[in-house]
Design a protein around this ligand. Structure first.
Ligand code: ATP
Ligand code: ATP
Ligand code: MG
Ligand code: MG
Ligand code: MG
Ligand code: MG
Length: 290
C-alpha cells in the first residue's frame, strides 16, 4: 500500500521483541476486584462460581494459544507459561500481552451468565496483564511455587478472618486486629479451637489454587491434516482435544515448516488442585520445562 505523507509517524512505534529462547510467563489480575467482588456479592472468603469462571476463561485462552503449557490461578489472577521456543506474534511483547489479556477478559464476560445466572454484570470488569521472561527452569519452578505459596498464605488468612466475622460476630477491624502478628500455626489452632475447622480438610481448590496443565495423551494423534481447521473443539468439562485455532493459525510466522512425517502427540488440558511446589508434579511432566 502506498504511504501517505503522514505515514512517517509509524516510525515512532518501537519494536518490542521478547528475548528468544527464554520462558514467558504472562500474568493477569482483575482490576479492583475487591470492589468488583463486593458489588457482585461474591461469597467470602471464596466464591466457587467466580473461581470456576476464572478457570473457564483461562482454559479458553489455553485452547486458543497452544504454546501455553501450564496455567495457575488463584483469586482474581492467572499466570500462564509459554514454552521458551514460542514464536507467537513473533514474540512481540505488547501484541502478546494485550491480545491475551483482552481475550481472557472477553471470555470472562462471555461466560459470566453460566456461572452467575441470577446476578447480572453491573459494569464491565477489566484485567491488567504483564509478561516476565525467565532464563531457566529453576526460575519457572520458583515462580509457580511463589504463586502457590501466596495462595496458601492468603487463603489461610482469609479463612480465619471470615470465620471471625461471619461466625464470631467480629467487625472486620476487630478481625484484622485479632490476626495481627499471628503465625501460621496459631491461625490453624484458632480455626480448629474456635470454629472446629481443620484447615487441611478445606476444599483443595481454595488451598492449592487451580492448575491447568497441557498433558500428553497416551495414544499418538493421527498424522496432521494439510490445512489447519478453524476452532472446532468439542471440548468436555475436563479435557480439550487439540486443533489449531483460527486466531493462532493466522499469526503463525510464514517460514514455519510443516511437520508432516511425525504425528504430533495428542494433548488435553487437565484441571488440577494439587501441589506444584514439590518435584512430583514436574517429574511426571518433563515436557513442561522443555
Ligand atoms: P488491583 O486492581 O490492584 O489488583 P484488587 O482489588 O483487584 O486491586 P487484589 O489484590 O487483586 O486487589 O485482590 C483481589 C480481591 O478480589 C481479593 O482480595 C478478594 O477480595 C476478591 N476476590 C477475587 N476473587 C474472589 C473470589 N473467588 N471469592 C471472593 N473474593 C474474591
Ligand atoms: P491483526 O490481528 O494483525 O490486526 P486484522 O485481520 O485485524 O489482523 P487489520 O489490519 O487490523 O487486520 O484490519 C482489520 C480488518 O477487519 C479490515 O481489513 C476489515 O476487513 C475488517 N473490518 C474491521 N472493521 C470493519 C467494519 N466496520 N466493516 C467491515 N470490515 C471491517
Ligand atoms: Mg494487585
Ligand atoms: Mg486484582
Ligand atoms: Mg489479585
Ligand atoms: Mg486488527
Amino acid at each position: 500500500m502506498a504511504g501517505s505523507k503522514y505515514a512517517y509517524v509509524r516510525n515512532f512505534e518501537l519494536p518490542d521483541p521478547l528475548l528468544p529462547g527464554t520462558f514467558l510467563v504472562f500474568r493477569l489480575d482483575g482490576h479492583s476486584f475487591h470492589r468488583f467482588s463486593t458489588e457482585h456479592q461474591f461469597t467470602k472468603p471464596n466464591d466457587v462460581q467466580a473461581l470456576m469462571l476464572m478457570d473457564h476463561a483461562a482454559r479458553d485462552v489455553m485452547e486458543e494459544y497452544k504454546d501455553i503449557v501450564l496455567a495457575f490461578g488463584e483469586s482474581d489472577e492467572y499466570s500462564f507459561l509459554l514454552r521458551k521456543s514460542t514464536s507467537l506474534y513473533n514474540r512481540r511483547e505488547s501484541k502478546i500481552c494485550s491480545t491475551l489479556t483482552s481475550y481472557f477478559t472477553s471470555c470472562y464476560v462471555f461466560h459470566w451468565k453460566e456461572y452467575f445466572p441470577d446476578s447480572p454484570l453491573l459494569y464491565p470488569p477489566s484485567f491488567d496483564g504483564r509478561i516476565v521472561l525467565y532464563p531457566s527452569s529453576r526460575e519457572i519452578r520458583d515462580y509457580f511455587s511463589w504463586r502457590q505459596a501466596d495462595t496458601h498464605i492468603n487463603n489461610l488468612y482469609n479463612t480465619i478472618f471470615w470465620a471471625l466475622v461471619q461466625q464470631g460476630g467480629k467487625t472486620t477491624t476487630d478481625a484484622h486486629a485479632a490476626l495481627r502478628g499471628t503465625v501460621s500455626s496459631q491461625k490453624h489452632e484458632m480455626l480448629f479451637k474456635s470454629f472446629g475447622v481443620n484447615y487441611n480438610e478445606i476444599d483443595a481448590r481454595f488451598r492449592k489454587g487451580s492448575i491447568l496443565v497441557r498433558d500428553i495423551e497416551d495414544e499418538p494423534a493421527p498424522p496432521e491434516l494439510p490445512e489447519p481447521t478453524p476452532a472446532s473443539s468439542t471440548a468436555g468439562d475436563q479435557s480439550i482435544s487439540e486443533s489449531t485455532s483460527a486466531a493462532e493459525a493466522s499469526h503463525k510466522p510464514l517460514k514455519q515448516k510443516k511437520n508432516k512425517a511425525q504425528p504430533k502427540a495428542k494433548t488435553k488440558i487437565n484441571l488440577l488442585h494439587c501441589d506444584i511446589i514439590k518435584d512430583e508434579f514436574w517429574d511426571a511432566r518433563p515436557h513442561l520445562l522443555e
